[in-house]
Design a protein around this ligand. Structure first.
Ligand code: MN
Length: 591
């Protein structure tokens, strides 16, 4: 993305959180900030240097000064000066162990959107990297994008994250602080924001593997959506006699067993967060909150030591059948690796055990942030396959609403792993062999003909299940013995009725778009003309919320109506890029 592509989003003074406040309240809040120690940046620098000792403090001070200046006179709904928000976001990033660049961008993250500071100026002052990060979290202007603004904003953020994943870390920290301070909002807006957080940002956080953030996000969402339930679980956790003593006993016995097996490891209780207890309680239909004692074993050694530890634990207490999971050999798609088992512990109580190496533990806690927090330790090049996949189908989705629908589907928590071509493939729950075929490659998808699930022939619409071993046969698989001649080539329309993944849907639509051009109707030409304009607009990071600007342009260019202009674009008698340039000029001059 061109970081210079600022587009007049800096409408100083139109801050939505800047409610009218009585003067006394404003003055009071000005007096309580900066905090008692005089200089808030010092606390930030201290937190940052605690993890990165040689970090440059001066750039943080410079960023804070500019942010504080730009936001001066703006206030949060709570009445606090606005700067408290970007400062808190930077603090969250510092606690995560993010690098200086991230902290600088976090301090400045709302300046371009909400003040007169421009992206251009920001880039001159702090460089391209910071500008890219700030631009990635800057919302599109509702005045131009209307209803599409939100979807286009998420899309822009994902694309920016494809180049630099720190964009998403800042966005998550931003949302976390907004969620923490949601208390002052109305009940309706609290619920609306909490729901959106649950739908998109929590799963995003999960995909990035940042558990320390996800736990707090989860709990704060529960607090706003189900305050009584949150209180009930919190009371339960706070007050359960014998719980700590029981865990201490389990930990001590586990330590002794590991010592006997000569496995060097740290053992500690691993409490669940409130949301997780609540979810299990509801899912299991339990009347009282349901929580099992849980411990974590972090071995100081290679991954094979995890299996030695597992052996020691299983030798000590009988494993509960069906509860062992090996996320080391078959990692989830968010960098998480660990062994999970449940054993029948002392007093016949079920105890859950997590086993991992130090490095796996860091990845489990910090996900993509581990790379910044432990620069030398993170030897692995983190391949966020998930992000790559989203970016793939992002390219082919013009309509922002469709993009959001696909993203939501992709983020839906439930996923399964199947085995194909001798490897593990992650698919959304409910996926079919056609989804799998497209996941294995466009060619395989377009030409898939039949499937065998666990050795048996099955319909292409079958729902796959966790652990299925699946074979896909295509038209070119001569050895498959299928009647190639009688089968029509390419995907079938009815596939669209059962495929689950956005990727497969996109690919099937693409095939039909490419293969149905003869006899194309005017309506199709209008639609495709509009799509070309949409695509060209996206090169400028913009989109169209309504037809109004296009209508005005078609008038100005002397077309009898909008449809004629769109058909002209389709026929390439006028270039979409030209139309878009004129459109942008038209809209920007209005502002
Ligand atoms: Mn913000």
């Amino acid at each position: 993305m061109d970081v210079d592509a600022g587009h007049g989003a800096a409408l100083g003074g139109s801050l939505p959180t800047q409610g009218e406040l009585p003067l006394t309240r404003r003055l009071r809040s000005l007096l309580t900030w900066p905090a008692a120690d005089g200089d808030p940046v010092t606390a930030l620098v201290r937190a940052h240097r605690g993890i990165h000792p040689s970090a440059d403090a001066s750039v943080l001070r410079r960023a804070y000064t500019i942010a504080e200046n730009m936001h001066r006179g703006q206030f949060r709904k709570s009445g606090e000066p606005y700067i408290t928000h970007p400062f808190a976001v930077a603090q969250i990033c510092a606690d995560l162990g993010m690098d200086t660049i991230t902290l600088v961008a976090a301090l400045l993250h709302d300046t371009v959107e909400d003040t007169r500071y421009t992206l251009q100026a920001l880039q001159e002052d702090f460089g391209r990297e910071v500008a890219h990060l700030v631009d990635g979290v800057t919302k599109f202007d509702k005045a131009f994008y209307g209803k599409a603004a939100e979807a286009e904003t998420v899309r822009k953020m994902i694309v920016a994250a494809g180049k630099d994943v720190r964009v998403l870390v800042i966005k998550l920290a931003d949302r976390l602080h907004n969620m923490r301070t949601l208390g002052v909002r109305s009940a309706a807006s609290r619920e609306r924001i909490a729901r959106k957080t649950l739908e998109v940002l929590v799963p995003l956080c999960d995909r990035l593997g940042i558990q320390t953030l996800k736990r707090e996000l989860d709990d704060v969402v529960l607090l706003h959506l189900q305050p009584e339930e949150h209180a009930r679980i919190a009371r339960f956790v706070h007050d359960r006699p014998g719980w700590d003593a029981y865990l201490a006993d389990v930990v001590a016995r586990t330590r002794a067993a590991l010592r006997r097996s000569r496995v060097d490891a740290e053992v500690s209780p691993r409490p669940r967060h409130l949301y997780s207890i609540w979810k299990d309680t509801v899912a299991g239909d339990h009347a009282a909150p349901f929580d099992l004692p849980r411990i974590a074993i972090v071995v100081d050694g290679p991954p094979t030591d995890c299996y030695a530890a597992l052996g020691a634990v299983h030798g000590l207490w009988r494993p509960v059948p069906g509860r062992f999971k090996d996320f080391i050999a078959s990692p989830k798609n968010n960098l998480y690796r660990s062994l999970h088992t449940s054993v029948c512990g002392p007093q016949d109580r079920t105890v859950e055990v997590l086993i991992r190496t130090t490095e796996m533990h860091r990845d489990a806690e910090y996900g993509v942030a581990a790379h910044y927090r432990f620069p030398r330790a993170a030897g692995r090049a983190e391949e966020l396959a998930w992000l790559r996949r989203v970016l793939d189908w992002e390219q082919e989705t013009v309509d922002p609403t469709q993009f959001m629908a696909s993203l939501r589907c992709d983020l839906a928590e439930a996923q399964i792993q199947v085995v194909a071509d001798g490897r593990q493939v992650v698919l959304p729950a409910g996926a079919t062999p056609v989804d799998l075929a497209y996941e294995l490659g466009t060619e395989r998808g377009d030409h898939c003909l039949a499937t065998r699930i666990n050795g048996r022939l099955a319909p292409l619409s079958s729902e796959l299940e966790e652990g299925d071993v699946v074979e896909i046969f295509t038209e070119s698989d001569a050895e498959s013995g299928f009647e190639v001649d009688v089968a029509p080539r390419g995907p079938r329309r009815e596939w669209l009725g059962f495929v689950k993944s956005p990727h497969a849907q996109m690919q099937i639509n693409r095939w039909f778009a490419e293969h149905t051009e003869p006899g194309i109707s005017i309506a199709d030409k209008v639609r495709l003309g509009r799509a070309s304009i949409g695509l060209a607009l996206r090169k400028h990071d913009r989109g169209l919320a309504s037809d109004l600007p296009l209508l005005r342009l078609s008038e100005e260019l002397g077309y009898p109506d909008l449809e004629t202009l769109l058909v002209a674009v389709f026929d390439r008698s006028v270039e979409p890029d030209t139309v878009v340039q004129q459109l942008i000029d038209l809209v920007d001059h209005r502002q």
